[in-house]
Write a protein that binds this ligand. Structure first.
Ligand SMILES: [Zn+2]
Length: 468
């Protein structure tokens, strides 16, 4: 099966050029100057004029079940927000299926072809939860890495001076969780069909060294992505000093966990020495600008990371701390947010660099840099075709700049994952979005409790973090 996209604008070495692109089966076969590839029988031919073709973006960090918590949690700092998230998290397997479908659809319709689901899984029903998520991703056809959130320390351990809080029951042991992960890998890791299992210890703040290290061994042995939250808030930075006496990044390095397969979500509170470590180890930082602002976490030092040569990717983060899953919004904010951190405008990110973060950076973040994220022969055909004659892309100035800085809407004309076309003329070909919307419409979420501003952990947080 061949598809020929004729005379389409594409980024070639950071310059927009008109090219012909031939897809064959699951891969990109040829990229050649416009008008040079012949049409052959039985080929699907698409007119690429007034269109832009880019590698699909990677939504490098999200939590799909939070679709059900969009618009639910008040504006609070992470530690307090999280208490509400735990209290209102979905418990029904079909909610996980539809959460995956919704996250995949919103990612696709904003230019993404792959996502990292750092997935909440129902305790005691982990296999069933992951099965529901995988079924959702396969139904949509998006490439997905599912890294179940696992932790072996209790909730209170995530707070500085957490020993002063009432202690809830400990979660499962590191050994039990690692056995569980081995079972999930054996059952669901399925690269041929674009489904991957990742190791996703929640973060150093709620994981023992045994769990952090054990996940690393599984990642090494099976060549799987290792994904974890890192220094998202000032509270976590204080906690790392309290627990280890060194930065959390140095601690991960001491555990042997900084590798090119490791992606770290947030990194808002990393310092210059941490940045050097991330660069020298080839680890990937996943920047989540919308979530960082929603939760007041701060501005991640992305310009410094960029100049130090750290691989940076972009993510939406879950819909409970973003309230959407729009990759174009993340590209815009992730590009312009950092101008205020450096007066030297020569250090500011360009639209081309933003696209590079979302594509090449994202692919590395999910350990798939050799398969996706690049428009070149031999790479998988994970591509998105944008309409340049849509009102939100007018007038015809610099299409790439307008795509990144304009946060356009409804401009995805077509999309492919592993050569399979998932969107045509702006319409999803795989799942019926009307059904998705009616499911979301039907299900009433209990908002009681989630609207209260006074969670039991709040006074502790105020004492420790605000009464300095
Ligand atoms: Zn997260």
């Amino acid at each position: 099966m061949q598809t020929l996209i004729q005379s389409v604008l594409a980024l070639q070495h950071d310059t927009l050029e008109a090219v012909d692109v031939l897809l064959e089966n699951s891969q990109i076969h040829t990229v050649a100057p416009a008008g040079t590839l012949p049409v052959v029988p039985d080929q699907q031919v698409m007119d690429g004029q007034a269109k832009l073709l880019l590698p699909g973006f990677v939504n490098g960090h999200t939590h799909s079940s939070q679709v059900w918590q969009r618009g639910l949690i008040p504006q609070l700092p992470l530690e307090l927000w999280l208490a509400y998230v735990f209290d209102s998290t979905p418990r029904q397997l079909d909610q996980f299926y539809w959460g995956a479908v919704s996250t995949a659809v919103d990612t696709l319709l904003s230019g993404g072809t792959c996502l990292m689901d750092h997935a909440y899984v129902i305790p005691g029903q982990e296999m069933e939860t992951v099965e529901a998520l995988v079924r959702g991703y396969k139904a949509v056809g998006i490439r997905a890495v599912v890294a179940p959130l696992i932790q072996d320390l209790p909730f209170a351990s995530g707070f500085p001076k957490g020993c002063l809080l009432p202690q809830s029951a400990s979660p499962r042991s590191a050994a039990e969780l690692l056995t569980l992960m081995e079972g999930l890998i054996a059952e669901f890791h399925d690269p041929d069909n674009g489904i991957y299992i990742g190791l996703g210890p929640t973060g150093f703040h709620r994981c023992s060294d045994q769990l952090l290290r054990g996940c690393g061994e599984l990642s090494d042995r099976n060549n799987l992505c290792y994904h974890t939250h890192l220094l998202e808030t000032r509270a976590q930075q204080r906690l790392a000093q309290e627990r280890y006496g060194i930065s959390a990044v140095q601690h991960l390095q001491n555990l042997g966990r900084l590798t090119p397969r490791t992606s770290l979500a947030h990194g808002v509170w990393i310092d210059d020495a941490d940045i050097e470590l991330l660069a020298s180890t080839g680890s990937i930082l996943v920047h989540n600008p919308v979530s960082n602002l929603r939760l007041g976490s701060g501005l991640a030092p992305i310009l410094k990371c960029h100049r130090a040569g750290v691989n940076v990717a972009l993510g939406c983060d879950g819909a409970a701390s973003n309230d959407a899953q729009n990759m174009l919004e993340v590209l815009k904010l992730g590009t312009i947010l950092h101008t205020v951190t450096d007066e030297d405008y020569e250090h500011w990110l360009t639209p081309e660099q933003a696209v590079h973060m979302a594509t090449v950076g994202g692919a590395k973040a999910v350990n798939l840099g050799d398969r996706t994220g690049t428009l070149a022969p031999g790479m998988d055909a994970d591509l998105v075709l944008y309409k340049l004659d849509h009102p939100s892309m007018l007038p015809r100035t610099n299409p790439l700049q307008l795509l990144v800085l304009g946060r356009p809407t409804d401009i995805v004309e077509a999309a492919w994952v592993q050569g399979r076309q998932l969107i045509n003329q702006g319409e999803l070909l795989t799942v019926d979005t009307a059904t998705l919307h009616s499911v979301l419409r039907r299900q009433l979420i209990a908002t009681e409790g989630a609207q209260s501003q006074h969670h039991p952990v709040e006074s502790h947080y105020r004492d420790v973090m605000l009464n300095r």
